[in-house]
Design a protein around this ligand. Structure first.
Ligand SMILES: Nc1nc2c(ncn2[C@@H]2O[C@H](COP(=O)(O)OP(=O)(O)OP(=O)(O)O)[C@@H](O)[C@H]2O)c(=O)[nH]1
Ligand SMILES: [Mg+2]
Length: 596
């Protein structure tokens, strides 16, 4: 059977997974409604793809292996390594939003590898969709990214992925995705099926199984791989290891199926190589050339993970010790390719990641598994490149109503953002900046407030550049509890006038816990547990009713964004609390005096 290998790529939320799910349904790979490529529980909850995953569907006697990739910029390196293992990409673009930063990134990578994308203008059902305009923008993007003539001659399919409909021309009447599937058969070249050549296979994804150990998902570029056979693994650093295949699976839908052998062109999963890594080569002879390695982007931010030592430590967690945290982090390194961890210190571990979401997902997974942990404020990684102090920069794309453009430009300027493009679409502006990651770390939340929820902010790392100099951010101060006890509505009603609260009534607090922020830049010690003084005077009924504004409970991502350098974020299975590193006010004052 012929095989076609494709990846679906796009900016976040443009509809990759919905489209892949519809393809699986229409090809009969999933019977029930509701089965989705976003199978991980965090993915389901958040409605975003975190891990790239592959599925295999059968259409007109052809096996189509499809890799669904994440669109969020923090997971960009997931996409990059997938691209080396497929023969073409479906570039999905929202027919209303048009190309976004991650569209540009994934397209750029694809074009560089010589791939010829099929463009899907998706969500044409949206009232404000403008497929003609977006088609033009996509064409310009191809040009801009240096597409060659063959690449520029791309095919466009129009789709409503959610309804499982695709068409070649906007005016066509279509009830299914066949026009897209047919186009895939027509335009994507059949995978090299040379089963008699010497084996070369390269993993682009890792997995882990408690019994089988490390699993590698990869493409067989040439030859045949057999269960039980011993092969050579060529490591990135040139070292050679020998291992035996202890399990071999091919894919059918999202299910894996044990097979005795598999052939060139297919995507399979193997067990038996305990140290195998992305981009290495499984082959038969030492003399065979390794496949070109796959490079993984460098981390851009770091923070410290440590044992939770807050007064409430150990109340909820099953795994709370240093040793347990270390083991969990070591396990994470088995599968989390963009992550690095420095274990050289004992009181904390420094974790290096690709962005706040990348780290937040790890923390969220850990708390769900029963871990308790405490982390420090994320910092950008500053490094010396050829003698020049350098830091990560991002390209930020901001869509806002025109009347807000001025204030956005001003606030990005303060963050050392340089505007490189500005487009107007009706009453909307699209502003594109290059800005140090440091400038926009923790900015997203503020941006939503500043634009009253009407702005869209998205960004992706474009690399390390010379340090941009000091950035002064607007500081908000923390409201810090000076006592331990239960918060009472009476005191919260008073405190809510001075800033934003993170807790509601009846929540237990401890001395040094951050219970809210103040719009004034300085920290403020407060007592959220104070009750109303009893008096002889009877107050009027209206006076009694406490008008509490709903508080802003902090989750992991928001916590990472708003925390300051002298705070820790405490993460337990059921709680996320912000706290001062030094719990006693006197200690904090002493430390501050030392600084000045
Ligand atoms: N109006 C409309 N909405 C759609 C269509 N296809 C998908 N959506 C919606 O768009 C949102 C995002 O869809 P996903 O398929 O999760 O997008 P994605 O590209 O996989 O997102 P990431 O993997 O997180 O990058 C969901 O709310 C879908 O219901 C469509 O054809 N029309
Ligand atoms: Mg998705």
């Amino acid at each position: 059977m012929e095989i076609r290998n494709i990846a679906i790529i796009a900016h976040v939320d443009h509809g990759k997974t919905t489209l892949t799910d519809a393809i699986m349904r229409q090809t009969g790979m999933v019977s029930e409604e509701g089965v989705s490529m976003d199978s991980n529980s965090l993915e389901k909850e958040r409605g975003i793809t975190i891990y790239s995953k592959n599925t295999s569907v059968f259409y007109r006697d052809t096996k189509i292996n499809i890799v669904d990739t994440p669109g969020h910029a923090d997971f960009g390196s997931e996409v990059e390594r997938v691209l080396r293992s497929i023969d073409s990409v479906i570039l999905v673009v929202d027919a209303q939003e048009g190309p976004m930063p991650q569209t540009r990134f994934v397209l750029k990578k694809s074009l560089e590898l010589g791939l010829r994308p099929i463009v899907v203008l998706n969500k044409i059902d949206k009232p404000a969709a403008n497929p003609d305009l977006v088609q033009e923008q996509v064409y310009e993007l191809f040009l801009d990214l240096g597409a060659n003539d063959a690449q520029l001659d791309f095919t466009t399919i129009y789709a409503i992925g959610r309804d499982g409909i695709a068409k070649e021309h906007l005016s066509d009447d279509s009830k299914n995705l066949e026009p897209l599937l047919d186009m895939i058969l027509l335009k994507v070249k059949p995978a090299n099926a040379d089963k008699d050549a010497q084996l070369r296979m390269q993993p682009f994804n890792l997995g882990y199984d408690n019994f089988l150990g490390r699993l590698a998902v990869g493409r067989i570029h040439e030859g045949t791989i057999k269960m039980g056979e011993t092969y050579i693994l060529k490591k990135i650093d040139g070292k050679i290891e020998k291992s035996r295949v202890t399990k071999l699976y091919s894919f059918k839908g999202m299910e894996r199926e044990e097979v005795a052998e598999a052939y060139a062109g297919d995507i399979v999963m193997v067990a038996g190589f305990p140290k195998i890594d992305i981009g290495e080569t499984i082959c038969e002879e030492e003399t065979q050339q390794a496949l070109p390695a796959i490079s993984i982007d460098e981390p851009t931010i770091s923070l410290r993970f440590m044992v939770n030592d807050s007064p409430f430590a150990g109340r909820e967690g099953k795994f709370v010790t240093n040793k347990q945290i270390k083991e969990r982090l070591e396990k994470e390194l088995e599968v989390n390719v963009g992550l690095k961890i420095d274990f050289s210190t004992t009181e904390y571990y420094t974790v290096f990641g690709r962005g706040e979401l990348h780290i937040a997902i790890l923390l969220e997974n850990m708390r769900r598994e029963g871990y308790e942990i405490q982390v420090s404020q994320p910092q950008v990684i500053v490094k010396d490149i050829d003698g020049v102090k350098s830091e990560p920069f991002e390209e930020a794309t901001i869509d806002v109503p025109s009347e807000l453009a001025g204030s956005v430009i001003e606030s990005m300027g303060k963050r050392k953002g340089v505007m490189i493009d500005m487009q107007t679409h009706g009453s909307q502006n699209r502003l594109i900046f290059e800005v140090p990651t440091r400038g926009i770390l923790g900015f997203r939340g503020q941006f939503v407030v500043d634009t009253k929820g009407e702005g869209i902010f998205s960004s992706r790392v474009i690399g390390f550049r010379p340090y941009a100099g000091e950035i002064k951010k607007r500081e908000v101060g923390s409201m810090v509890s000076m006592v331990s006890g239960k918060a009472l509505g009476f005191s919260l009603a008073n405190l809510q006038d001075r800033g934003t609260l993170y807790i509601g009534p009846a929540i237990e607090v401890y001395e040094g816990m951050v219970v809210g922020n103040t719009s004034k830049g300085l920290d403020m010690a407060v007592n959220p547990t104070k009750g109303k003084q009893l008096s002889n005077m009877r107050s009027s009924g209206a006076d009694e009713a406490l008008q509490l504004i709903p508080h802003h409970e902090i989750g992991i991502e928001v916590g990472l964004e708003i925390m300051t350098g002298d705070e820790y974020l405490e993460i337990t299975p059921h709680s996320v609390r912000l706290r001062k590193q030094k719990l006693k006010e006197a200690d904090r004052m002493k430390a501050n005096r030392g600084k000045k």
